[in-house]
Every structure is written in structure tokens, then in C-alpha cells.
Design a protein. Structure first.
Length: 170
């Protein structure tokens, strides 16, 4: 009986040790510092800070463009968040001249996806898009804010949105 308890204890301790040594990139200091926060109508912040990818997507020459850059992430329930930064004719990496600020008026659903929000592209949407950091290399910081007013399909009332993101380029 004592030998069985000893063997069982060794087995449990071995499993615990192996699990504690597994490498999960999402637990590194740089990954844990990444965040995407979305606040709708001055409400409770929503965090889309899981499975963050901020990366280049090379495009086929037939498209007329060479590179697209997207930031995608999820909340803890798997709801999606995405920003399409646009297309460029120069080869990847996608670059932004700093500092960058722009106001996007009118249609916005091609640029932003926030789970649970159906942007009305026919309405007078107006979002201020500011990038304070946009590193060109893998591991470099990307910092941005987006704020303004938007409309949802079937709702004539304006809504406010505030997005703050600090991510690492993949």
C-alpha cells in the first residue's frame, strides 16, 4: 500500500512539474503587456486582449497592392475585434509615417469590426484615428487610439466609441 501511494505521489508531482515547464507564449511579459480596450457609449471597458495578431499580409500582384496590415484579437469569449490599416503598393512591411492622425468619415465597417456592433455605413460616422507608435519590425510596439461617433444599422441615435490599443508587431 505504501509503495502504491509513493508511486501515485511521484506520478502526480511529475505531471505538475511537466505542466509548469510548458512554454506558452501568451504568458511572456511582452504578451501580457498587450491590450486592446474598447469602450462603447462611455460604458464598461471591453477587453479584446486574447489571441492578438498585428501583422502584415502579403497580397497577390493581381490585386494592385503588395501588402495589407491587420490587427485582430478576441475577448475571453472569442468575440472578434479587427482593424484593417489599409493597403500599400510597396512591399511588406506595412509602414506608417509617425505621428499619424486622420479622421474617418462615412463608411467605417471596412476598417473596423467590433463584435456586437453593426456599423451603419450610410450614416455620418466620424472617428479620429491616431497612431503614436508603429514599429516596422517584429516585436516593435504599436500604439493607437480611436474615438468618435458612429451609428448602428436600424438605430438613428449616435453612439460613442473609444479604442486604445498597445500591441507588439507579429
Amino acid at each position: 500500500m505504501t509503495k502504491s501511494i509513493f508511486k501515485l505521489s511521484v506520478l502526480i508531482l511529475s505531471i505538475l512539474f511537466i505542466n509548469s515547464c510548458s512554454n506558452n507564449d501568451d504568458n511572456t511579459a511582452t504578451r501580457s503587456a498587450e491590450s486592446v480596450e474598447v469602450i462603447l457609449d462611455n460604458g464598461t471597458p471591453q477587453y479584446f486582449s486574447d489571441n492578438i495578431l498585428a501583422k502584415d499580409y502579403p497580397l497577390a500582384p493581381i490585386s494592385g497592392f503588395s501588402c495589407e496590415f491587420r490587427l485582430t484579437s478576441e475577448d475571453t469569449s472569442g468575440n472578434q475585434f479587427r482593424i484593417n490599416f489599409g493597403l500599400q503598393t510597396a512591399p511588406c512591411p506595412f509602414t506608417v509615417t509617425m505621428p499619424y492622425s486622420n479622421t474617418i468619415n462615412g463608411p467605417i465597417s471596412a476598417f473596423f469590426v467590433v463584435s456586437g456592433v453593426t456599423f451603419d455605413d450610410a450614416a455620418a460616422n466620424s472617428l479620429n484615428f491616431t497612431i503614436t507608435n508603429f514599429g516596422n519590425n517584429v516585436g516593435d510596439d504599436i500604439d493607437l487610439t480611436i474615438s468618435g461617433n458612429y451609428y448602428e444599422v436600424t438605430d438613428p441615435n449616435p453612439h460613442t466609441i473609444s479604442i486604445t490599443a498597445h500591441v507588439k508587431r507579429d
